[in-house]
Design a protein around this ligand. Structure first.
Ligand SMILES: CC(C)(COP(=O)(O)OP(=O)(O)OC[C@H]1O[C@@H](n2cnc3c(N)ncnc32)[C@H](O)[C@@H]1OP(=O)(O)O)[C@@H](O)C(=O)NCCC(=O)NCCS
Length: 277
């Protein structure tokens, strides 16, 4: 519903007029605007009502403020205007910690920004049949695609893509990502894959996950981190549980692999839960 507020034609003709648009709650009546002379307010026309049967969530009133005419309205000009529904919410995440692409060092693993120098190892991991099964990867990467992916990571400042390397000798062991970051909800997705089965079962994935969760919660300031894991991947589920994740739901038959269908689980950890681990 649109209410036009304007001056009467003859009163307004000889004064210079400034106009301002105010967003007011739907149920705000012009009478709430204390001190505003009634001739400033023109009620909504019947045609406007028939054109717009449902009221808009916010009614825009055009208020004519003539210099020198005292207008004391409900919302003092010194107070903040009512928040518009389209205004972004304030949030607490530290986006510079995302942009920083950090190096995180643990006892056995060092997480470093994924870059062009990891292309060969990244491409080799993408060919590993068992890793492909565990991650439900149908797509076959070409070397050029792997190269493009590794090279372009540094330019993506809204996510973290880190290579998992051995603290001892820098060997590439796998990679992980914090992605789909939602600053408004302080949440993000997580994925990890060691590059070969020979690296699994040695505590490397758990240490890498703990390092990145610590950074995501304490430095970036995220509140929630979620992931998907196939229900048959018990090793991964054990590790995620030990890092504070719990199962929130099941996506039935979401993977078809060699003629069999498999469920995926949605798991997530909240900052408080992570702190108590
Ligand atoms: C998932 C992954 C990151 C886990 O890292 P990891 O270094 O292998 O795991 P860890 O050695 O830290 O821990 C493995 C845990 O799983 C347990 N585990 C292994 N096989 C298991 C099984 N079949 N059932 C239950 N638990 C099992 C181990 O006992 C160990 O737990 P514990 O330390 O409490 O005894 C890693 O295995 C990986 O990248 N796998 C290939 C890709 C993949 O599956 N990615 C995840 C996709 S969601």
């Amino acid at each position: 519903m649109r209410a036009d507020v304007t001056g009467s034609d003859d009163r307004m003709a000889d004064i210079s007029v400034r106009t301002r648009l105010l967003d007011l709650p739907t149920n705000t009546r012009p009478s709430y605007i204390e001190g505003l002379p009634s001739f400033f307010v023109r009620p909504p026309t019947p045609e406007a009502n028939t054109r717009s049967p449902r009221p808009e969530p916010l009614r825009r009133l055009r208020i004519a403020l003539a210099p020198g005419v005292p207008v004391r309205h409900r919302f003092s000009r010194r107070e903040p205007w009512p928040r518009s529904r389209t205004e972004p919410e304030e949030h607490m995440i530290n986006t510079s910690a995302l942009r920083a692409q950090p190096t995180l060092v643990g006892k056995s693993v060092r997480l470093v920004p994924l870059s062009a120098k990891h292309t060969d190892a990244y491409f080799a991991a993408a060919l590993d049949e068992e890793i492909r099964r565990l991650t439900g990867t149908h797509r076959h990467l070409t070397y050029a695609q792997a190269q493009e992916w590794c090279e372009s990571r540094a330019g993506h400042t809204d996510r973290l893509d880190l290579a998992i390397t051995a603290t001892e000798d820098g060997r590439f062991l796998g990679e992980l990502s914090i992605y789909a970051v939602s600053p408004e909800n302080e949440s993000a997705g997580y994925r990890i894959a060691l590059s070969s089965i020979e690296f699994t079962g040695q505590g490397l994935g758990r240490e890498a996950t703990q390092l990145v969760l610590e950074y995501a919660f304490e430095r970036i300031g995220l509140h929630r981190i979620w992931l998907y894991v196939y229900a048959f991947n018990m090793r991964a589920i054990t590790v995620y549980r030990s890092c504070g994740f719990s199962v929130e739901g099941k996506l039935r038959d979401s993977l078809q692999w060699e003629g069999r269908r498999h469920d995926a689980l949605l798991m997530a950890v909240l900052r408080d839960r992570h702190r108590t681990k």
